[in-house]
Design a protein around this ligand. Sequence first.
Ligand code: ZN
Length: 396
Amino acid sequence: MRFSGWITSHTYHSLSTSSCFLFVMSKYSPFNCFMMERKPEVERRLGRYLPMWELASEVSEEWQAMSNSEKMRYQRLCSQQGDKLDSYGVPLRLREEENQMKKQEARDMQHHIADIVNKYHSSGGLGLLPFYVISGSFYLRMDEGCYVPAEISLLKFSFKTGIIREFHAIVEPFLPVSYRWLAMKHSQATHNLLPKDGADGEKIKQVARSPTQVANRIKNFLSEDYDKCRPLYTLHSEVEQVQQMLHSMTGEDKLKVYSLDILFQHIHSVLIRKIPLHVSTGVITESLWEYHVGIACKWHIDNEQDSVRYCTMSCVKQWVFLMCRHIGMVPAFGVVPEEGKHYPVEEPVLSTVVNLPLLMQNLNMPDDISSGIISAIPTSSPVPQEATLGTCHHRR
Ligand SMILES: [Zn+2]
């Protein structure tokens, strides 16, 4: 059996007490049965709670060293009901039940969002209703949706107040050695959070926190005034990814992650007119501020400005700013949008490096004229900065 296969289902296991069957089913894989057996002893030895992906890494060598006959014991444990198993050792009957549960969850999400938007809109309180918007990037995605978290950003936001509070954290890279290359490839193509060398490693070490520390900080951020029945919202296409990372880090199976696209679709429907889901997605993922450096986290601004479009803080801010821009704060809620709360703080317009002699050469300017102009340029002029992309700003 492949290592990735075992890891896959393990992550969900930690939520085996969850009402969500998705998490219950995974404890039937042989590797999960083995992990569950080893979990109390490993946690006792390390003296702390272990998220499942960390536990998987802790016990994987032990599993690999086991003989086939020893592994058969766990195979029997997970298939004792005589069900047919899929390639991950999960009974097919449970897969089907998982699909049914996913469909039910999608219906619950639709109803919950429609109810809450209608209720607050009809009472005139939609403008002050706080939403929590979350984005999570990852170092590694293993088979079947197990993610190793990299960076998490959260905003508390309401249309009338704009951004109320912010949370940001970078998670220490905790990767099985055999997946390091894959993770590096993903990092370099996206967020660039995985250190490329020793110097990079030192920079990340100063800001990154262990998964447990990040989980505690998220709980603190949410504990201030957060009602656990209220969902967190993220991009429709990333709901499962964010929910899985959040659950595996915090162990909080009551935290729900819902679709921001569906939320905006309903808000748009009650305030302006009905729109299909893909139009809602198009609005909140518009690329208007994709390269706007000022909305990224401090680490990305200081170290990897070329990757700001993958910074999770940049993502959550863009989503809420684009919703405000599209809805229109004055006509919808009677508030004047504020810089930094409803739209990005403007970045300074930077000058571009110009090679003047080369430019004149290209323009076929006579030598005597061009040399006269060049000599008139003060030699002590400050070094110009390179131009940056994305200094486009929208104001209402
Ligand atoms: Zn960032």
